[in-house]
Each structure stands twice: as C-alpha cells, then as structure tokens.
Design a protein around this ligand. Structure first.
Ligand SMILES: Nc1ncnc2c1ncn2[C@@H]1O[C@H](COP(=O)(O)OP(=O)(O)OP(=O)(O)O)[C@@H](O)[C@H]1O
Ligand SMILES: [Mg+2]
Length: 386
C-alpha cells in the first residue's frame, strides 16, 4: 500500500505542484474552466495583473483584455482555438486592475482528466512590455541610421554629380565663348573639339548613372566567357604597368551567358583598374572565370552561374571603407583620379543582369571581387573554346 506521506503519493505531488505554482512571481499561472472563468490564481498573476485571488476567481478572463479586443471577440476566439486544438498562443495588450496596459505573451493549454475529458485550461501569461520596448527602440535606431546613410549617399551623389557636370559645363561655356570671339580657324576647330569632348564625357557620365539606377536598357547577346575575355585582354594590355602580372585562370567548358557584352567589359575593366590602382609597385592580379552552382549563399541566388573573380595582391580595404564601396561617388582616390562610379555601376549591372557582385577583402592580403552572372540553361556543345 502507498502511504500518503510518501513524496510520490498523488496528494504529496499535488501539494508540491501547488507550491511550485504559488512560488512563481514572474509568470501569471492560473486555471480557467471550459467557459473561460478563472478557477485559480498565483502570486505572479497578482503581481502582473494587480488583482487579488478573491477579486477574480469566478470572473471571465475577458476582464484582462482591452475593450477593443473584447469587442472584436478575441478572448472567445482564443478559448475556442485552445478547446479545439489543445493549445492557443497570443501576444498583445492586456489591462491591469488599475487600467494601465502591458504587452503580454500568453499561452492557453487544455487540461484533461485520466479519461481524456477536458476539465479546464491552464493559462500562462508573461509581461514582456520591456522586451518589446527595447526591440521597438532598436528598430527605431536602425531606421534612423538607415535614413542617415541614405541621405549621406544621396548628398554624395548630388554633390558629385553637380561637381562633375559643372566642370564639363565650364569647359563648354568657356570654349564656346572663346570660339565666338576667335577669327582663327585652327583655334576655332580646337574649341569645337573641346566642346564635343566635354559633351561626350557628360553623356558617358549619364550612361554610368543610368546603369547604376538600372534604367539603362541592356543589349543582351549570348556569348562564351572565353571569347569575351579575349576581347577584353586587348583593351587591358595598354592599361597595366609592367610591374603588375596578370594571371588568367579560365575553367574549360564554361557555359554560355546572356549578357550585354559592352557593359560586362566595362565592369571587368573597372574591377581590373581598381585592382591596378590598389597595387603599389609590384603585384599580381588574378582573373579567374569558373562555373558555379549556387544555393542561396550569394544574395539568395540559386542555380548555375558563371563567376568572374578579380583578385589582387593590394593592401586590402579598410573595415570602415568596405561597407561604402558600392555607393555612387564614393571614392578614396585623390581628386581627378576616381569618380567613385566604377563599383556602383558594376553593382547596378549585376542586379540588372539577374546576378550579384560581392567583395572579400583582408588587410595586408588583398581584395577579391566576384561577379556572378546566370549561365544559359542549354549546354555549350563544345563551341566554347574557339
Ligand atoms: N581592389 C581594391 N582594393 C582596394 N580598394 C578598392 C578596390 N576596389 C575598390 N576599392 C575602393 O572602393 C572605392 C570605390 O571604387 P569605385 O570603383 O566605385 O570608384 P573609384 O575606383 O574610386 O573611381 P572610378 O572607378 O569611378 O574611377 C575606391 O575608391 C577604393 O577605395
Ligand atoms: Mg574604380
């Protein structure tokens, strides 16, 4: 026979559970009957909601909800859901006895007897107002920071643009004025050339901006990466000093890509020039093209891609500079050496081509920029290496 003073006797167990519930002050733990009336109350419930046991036992639990939620039938809905599904969870405003509100995280679970009959519900509520407020504050700070960064980028963009166009307009206006006053046909011709040249540079600048804004229409053709690199090499030869070695690694049998060839060339040149500018004296630039299968690791891209990687043995990019390199007009180069448009253009191009560009950089070791472009679905049939 089991003695009633044994610790595992049902009476002793019930006592211990009662003591456990009664010692909890951080959670409101109480029971409801199947119609939603309060059956029991613990010190946590009293602390959080402000009612003493004798004030609430027998009352409907909708007492703790806001008038709006009561009108909306929220307490009944929760009760119904718990009775039908065994459990219901909720997060929202609740009202204390003194009328003040707190943000509650609540769970309702059905309680059954040995025969499986529902005899009531266990209700556990936590006051998470502080947690919610700090989360909201953090969100607000983040939003402010984002807004500030956006404004700074916008300021930089307009400032840079105004500056560059102003330079070009100064050239145009001065040349036109001089041309107007000059009788010398040779001088006149030179002035006209200056005007044309400045106009042309203005057009290039708008083109770059439009690529960044992704408003420029791409002229897409199908091309083998090897063929494209062949053409780019010609452009590069004159641009790299002798101290810099260019290594090329081209994986055989690369798939074809659908791409605006002219723009891709521009982007690759921009990446190569950035690598060249980063290297002081001797160094190596490594251009590697490979086929990769992505599964979301690069900006959520999935499927077959061709990766153009431009790595350099330069000094790497400082941590405070790194998050800004894709911003338009962000440059660390001296006046006249860089406009800060190269990478923003590369970024816009990658996005518009349904690809991505990312950067990996380590101080003292160098930088690697990787451009991912989607591979064509059909196979190259061995026509690639021509
Ligand atoms: N390979 C690299 N190594 C070190 N820093 C780099 C590298 N690539 C880019 N950067 C940094 O990113 C900045 C922005 O590059 P981006 O190509 O957009 O502009 P830029 O080269 O300064 O000017 P532009 O390309 O318009 O002539 C650079 O000024 C430089 O500070
Ligand atoms: Mg550049």
């Amino acid at each position: 026979m089991v003695s009633a003073d044994r610790p595992d006797h049902p009476v002793m167990l019930a006592n211990r559970y009662e003591r456990l519930v009664q010692s909890v002050v951080d959670y409101a733990i109480y029971m409801l009957d199947t119609t939603g009336r309060v059956v029991s109350w613990n010190p946590g419930a009293e602390r959080i909601k402000g009612y003493r046991a004798e004030e609430v036992v027998g009352k409907h639990f909708s007492l703790f909800f806001t008038p709006e939620d009561c009108l909306d039938g929220r307490p009944e809905r929760l009760l119904k859901q718990a009775l039908e599904q065994g459990v219901a969870q909720d997060e929202g405003w609740r009202v204390r006895k003194d009328g003040t509100r707190f943000w509650a995280l609540a769970a309702l679970d059905v309680i059954r007897d040995e025969q499986g009959q529902v005899i009531g519900l266990a209700k556990v509520t936590r006051d998470i107002t502080d947690r919610r407020e700090s989360a909201l504050q953090l969100d607000a700070v983040r939003a402010q920071l984002f807004q500030a960064q956006k404004l700074e980028a916008l300021g930089q963009l307009t400032g840079g643009l105004a500056h560059d166009f102003n330079n070009l307009l100064t050239i145009i206006i001065n040349s036109a004025r001089m041309a107007k006053e000059s009788q010398d046909p040779v001088r006149l011709r030179r002035m006209m050339e200056h005007i044309l040249d400045a106009g042309q540079r203005g057009t290039e600048l708008t083109k770059q901006l439009l690529t960044f804004a992704r408003h420029r229409k791409l002229e897409v053709t199908q091309i083998a990466p090897a063929e494209l690199l062949g053409a780019t090499r010609g452009l590069l030869e004159h641009a790299l000093p002798r101290e810099i070695v260019l290594e090329e690694h081209l994986q055989p049998d690369l798939p074809l890509i659908d791409v605006d060839v002219g723009q891709l060339q521009m982007v690759l040149l921009n990446l190569l020039f950035n690598a060249r500018d980063a290297i002081e004296g001797q160094g190596t630039i490594r251009l590697a093209v490979s086929a990769v299968e992505l599964a979301g690791e690069v900006e959520g891209l999935c499927g077959a891609y061709v990766c153009f990687a431009v790595g350099d043995s330069g000094p790497g990019i400082e941590a405070k500079v790194l998050p800004r390199i894709f911003e338009p007009f962000f440059t660390t180069k001296p006046f006249g050496k860089g406009t800060g448009l190269g990478l923003s253009q590369a970024y816009g191009f990658a996005k518009q081509s349904n690809g991505a560009i990312n950067v990996q950089s380590e101080m003292g070791k160098g930088t690697c920029m990787r451009l991912y472009l989607p591979a064509c679905r059909h196979n190259s049939d061995g026509q690639l290496d021509g």
